[in-house]
Design a protein around this ligand. Sequence first.
Ligand code: GUN
Ligand code: ZN
Length: 435
Amino acid sequence: MSSSATLLRGRTLNFRAEPAGPEDTAAFCYIEDGAILIQDGMIVAQGAYSELCHRRPEARVVDHRPHLLMPGFIDLHLHFPQVQVVASWGEQLLDWLNTYTFPAETQFASPAHAARMAGAFFDLLLSHGTTTAAAFCSVHPTSIEAYFTEAARRNMRMIGGKVMMDRNAPDGLRDNAQLGYDDSKALLERWHGRGRASYAISPRFAITSTPAQLEAAGALAKEYPDAFVQTHLSENRDEIAYTLSLYPEAADYLGIYEHYGLVGAKTLLGHAIHLEPREIALLAETGGKPVFCPTSNLFLGSGLFDEGGLRARGVASGIATDIGAGTSYSMLQTLNEGYKVLQLQNQPLHPLRAFHWITRGNAEILGETHRIGTLDPGTEADIVVMNAAATPAMALRMEAATTLTEELFVLQVLGDDRAVAEVYVAGQPAKPKPA
Ligand code: GUN
Ligand code: ZN
């Protein structure tokens, strides 16, 4: 049976393509008195309120004026078992993993711990306006069960996978090539395509996988070509040197994943900072997707992601928080730091491009624009309601703002969860209430 229709009223912003700038009005649609008509979790229509209010007169109207309605944010790389690792002091990547991350992930063998953390994790995503994310879980199947069970309870479109790791990790945090394959396959069979869940085959990175394990991961990717693959690539100079010492035959870091059949259009490669020309050419050829994690890259001192250089060579990038090396759950704060990383390389990021990136842009990286990332009719009604005057500093700054571009930039520089007035998941209000 159909549920009754809902009409959200407010200022609406939708993207059709990546805007070159504010003049590129073919790429985006901004409506001052706009509306989104929702039924059964889907967007039925989007346009001017004056037109849509007649379309379904029985629809329940939720008036969000003067706030800005846009598609829910998408986070393409983060770690579910690192919710208690965020803000851990002093190390760079490899020491940070050994000192803080691996001990925290060990605890996810416990179903009770994993379930408690999953509740908190999804509350955090939603309160920051993130409606879809691609997360690494721990090596334990229990962590994936907790993750997808909680995502299903909230009806969220989520991507996840258990990390495969069979070396260079402590006891309690290793599988082996066969077990990693078997567990991943069973979890993929159980969750991929169930409700709004998608599975990502997740060899953590080449350092923690033997050649036999990467071969098994590649076999799984071949068996399930519509599953995602996620891993890490060229984040830190010491990591790269160690990786190449473990795989001396490889042409370069990406060549390792290439050799095992792990690089394709559904492969998400976290970080991808220090790339060789051959690796960039391979990304362009295969459609592999680098994912920029600015708060993490600055926090761990990893380096500056060259978005402009990749773009010039035909490679599109995603953007992500990378919790827990990342320092904020907010995609707004991720854009804030991303803007600074790109400024250091003389690559100014226009606010319209920035908001396209965390919505339709990341959906395009996933190949999911037919489902998420826009306000287009026929897509899923995942929507954020943004208040650019949510804090005293924002309200003061907004008094002097006259354009949409200015408002977006205030949101991205000063905004965080306080700027998220509401979030809708499949048409239902879902912003967690403060405890
Ligand atoms: N490389 C391999 N594992 C990780 C991780 O958990 N975080 C980050 N930032 N890099 C990694
Ligand atoms: Zn990561």
